[in-house]
Design a protein around this ligand. Sequence first.
Ligand code: NAD
Length: 334
Amino acid sequence: MKIAFFDAKSYDKPSFEKYGEESGITFKYFETKLNEDTVELAKGYDGVCVFVNDTINSYVIDRLCENGVRFLALRCAGFNNVDIKYANGKIHVFRVPAYSPYAVAEHTMALLLTSIRRIHKAYIRSRDFNFSLSGFTGFDLHGKTVGVVGTGKIGKVFVDICRGFGMNVLAYDKFPAEGLDNGDTIRYAELDELFAGSDIISLHCPLTDETHHMINAKAIEKCKKGVVILNTSRGALVDAVALLEGIKSRKIGAACLDVYEEEADLFYEDNSGHILDDDILARLISMPNVIVTSHQAFLTEEALENIAHTTVMNIVEFAETGQCSNEVCCRNKQ
Ligand code: NAD
């Protein structure tokens, strides 16, 4: 099997090479993302392997099908970058439903601690032998309330981590997890109660039409003054313009973002020599109480291993049976 691997990075290759070799799968690595301009590169391959910022819209799906590509192997869990409705009945789409919820949940806590204890500032100050503590007063997490939106694999691990810090949890999920609510330190609530009662809000639900801009001006209005917003899920869960306004008005105390709505052309690349066209992102990054990481929450050795292993197993299963248990949509369905 020959697979065209888009948006390839140096850290992807070792584990994909290892598992690919074991299973007789050859990957051709393209640094470019898959989109309307690059889809012709996939001609002659059995499948394509893509990540979070590749764009698989109806045009790309049609070209892939015309070029004989039979499947799209997502090496991520979310599939909001694929037009699934359009893909259904045309091409097989598989994903990696879980690779390390710990990687993402731990990064979320790392961002939170960095932000509220000003570690990012202290690191820079002490490198300059400036040992002043002025402006570094943080707050204890112990006893605070964290609102966790989405209590799936990552959300649940994040709840555990927060409980380890002695925090109380208000959770919201469209499909609440059985056995999580203990009626005391972890409670499911409606979104409005979560907004009103949380000192920190962390997003761990998928991006759908329903969750698009769930943190918008109206939601921010309902929040506590000084609320800390954490988003390690998908950028468009947060209306970045409203977030910026909330920060400027001092309603939002801090924001930690591993994802950003318009990240596709920026994240994962070195843009240090360029003028940033995105004024909202530039303004957010300029704020002392905003931390932005470049969609790196997943990036641990364990996660990379699991991603490569599951992706290759998905392809092997499909090659052997014509189906895949991690299928999001299928060529034969209508
Ligand atoms: P999951 O499917 O296990 O959990 C998602 C949860 O969200 C489920 O419990 C589901 O019921 C809930 N949900 C669905 N619709 C909802 C809604 N409208 N409102 C509230 N909750 C809703 O997924 P997961 O593995 O925990 O991943 C969560 C998200 O994290 C993914 O969708 C992805 O966007 C993001 N993610 C980010 C990174 C990163 O590197 N930053 C890595 C992996 C995943």
